[in-house]
Design a protein around this ligand. Structure first.
Ligand SMILES: *Cc1c(COP(=O)(O)O)cnc(C)c1O
Length: 398
């Protein structure tokens, strides 16, 4: 008789009551658009931008329609043009190369190491191929950011950070999203703050901030952006920058503000679950946990482990067995992209050379979402199921 996990990996917690009340108040007011304010009123969107900028220690912040939109806007705002090449991770999710393609640019993939971070040697080798890196902190793993910035500064590469999985995380105490020129965040349902859809962009660069605000569709109302640069920054930019509408609305901002206030608490709750899961799968023969560097302040909203050297059939057998017991694992080694697990060679609009070292790593990556609706007892049961099933499958394939 074997235990089955009957919970859900995708069930989110409800929006905090304060967020629901604030959202209802916005709806009652009828003023959902960020530029539609009563005399003296500061829009929810603006308040969110001010609070988010303060939370990461950035000078400027812009709230937008999605994380993907934030990345495409950041690329445009730092001057990426159609036909330009942009360095990015081979191990990331589809919206990242998609943002590069959205501006007509061409992704150049940089490899992944067994610690699931950007391969900095590969980055250094490709540094002469582009002047922009869209760095994805995929699944919350931060590479050595000190070293990365050294490489990029020396090569004159502008860094844009995709922090969809690292909102609340830091390297050496400095928040992710504040290392590069622009930090981009997602507020889509499965990220660290949930507005259904939404994105945030931070920067300390007044010109980049001014361009991003104009791109997002500010109808020359940029002076109401209290987390934006002074109006002088818009002097010529306002005539030169097309409007590619992608603003956030006040309803989403109202839902997000109480979540931002709770973010540190939520991150601690994710980490409690993450470290419980990690402890539960440590020392399982055939399975390798991903060791986290001491410089990293993590937000454990997902967990990965490696099945190094496993045959595809054995991995699929394991996934099937775990699924039958209620444990949903995702595998990045699958020949076909399934759900969220696409990889560089799934994006066939990019002419990407094969990356054998990265392929080796990707072939072993197993991924599990950590929902805050999992209890610590759930984590114990889940890891017991993984341990038992790895034990069964590994025994026969080794
Ligand atoms: C979710 C996600 C994004 C942004 O996605 P949106 O759905 O557009 O908000 C960017 N990068 C990664 C790695 C993501 O998972």
């Amino acid at each position: 008789m074997s235990d089955v996990f009957r919970g859900s990996f995708t069930q989110q917690e409800p929006i905090p009551e304060a967020g629901i009340e604030a959202a209802v108040a916005v709806m009652r007011s009828g003023r959902l658009h960020r530029y539609n304010t009563a005399p003296g009123e500061i829009a929810q969107t603006v308040l969110l931008e001010q609070e988010f900028a303060a939370s990461v220690g950035a000078t400027y912040c812009l709230a937008v329609a999605s994380g993907g939109y934030a990345m495409a806007t950041a690329l445009r705002a730092v001057g990426v043009k159609a036909g330009d090449r942009v360095l990015t991770n081979a191990f990331t999710l589809a919206p990242v190369p998609g943002a590069i393609a959205a501006v007509g640019a061409v992704p150049v993939f940089v490899g992944v190491t067994p610690l699931l971070v950007l391969d900095l040697e590969d980055l250094a080798a490709k540094a002469d191929q582009s002047s922009v890196l869209l760095l994805s902190h995929m699944r919350g793993h931060l590479c050595d950011m000190d070293r990365l910035m050294e490489i990029c500064d020396a090569a004159g590469i502008t860094v844009i950070e995709d922090c969809a999985h690292t909102m609340g995380a830091a390297w050496n105490g400095k928040p992710s999203g504040t290392w590069g020129t622009v930090g981009c965040y997602s507020c889509q349902t499965y990220k660290h703050m949930n507005a259904g859809e939404g994105g945030l962009l931070v920067t300390d660069d007044a010109q980049v901030a001014a361009r991003a605000i104009m791109y997002s569709g500010s109808y020359m109302l940029y002076e109401s952006h209290l987390a934006g640069p002074p109006k002088e920054a818009f002097e010529t930019i306002r005539y030169e920058t097309p409007n590619i509408s992608g603003r956030m609305d006040n309803l989403r901002a109202a839902i997000l503000r109480p979540q931002l206030a709770d973010l540190a608490t939520q991150c601690a709750r994710w980490n409690e679950r993450y470290f419980a899961l990690e402890a539960g799968i440590r020392d399982v023969p055939g399975l390798t946990v991903i060791e986290r560097p001491v410089q990293e302040t993590i937000v454990g909203s997902s967990i990965q482990f490696l099945l190094n050297g496993w045959e595809a059939a054995a991995v699929l057998d394991l996934l099937g067995r775990c699924k039958a017991r209620g444990v949903e694992l995702k595998w990045f080694g699958n020949a076909e992209p399934v759900g969220f697990t696409s990889r560089y060679d799934s994006w066939r609009y990019v002419d990407a050379p094969a990356m054998p070292d990265s392929d080796n790593v990707l072939a072993g990556i197993v991924d599990m979402r950590v929902s805050l609706t999992l209890s610590l007892e759930d984590c114990t049961l889940i890891t017991r199921i993984i341990r038992e099933e790895v034990g069964r499958v590994w025994q026969f394939s080794a």
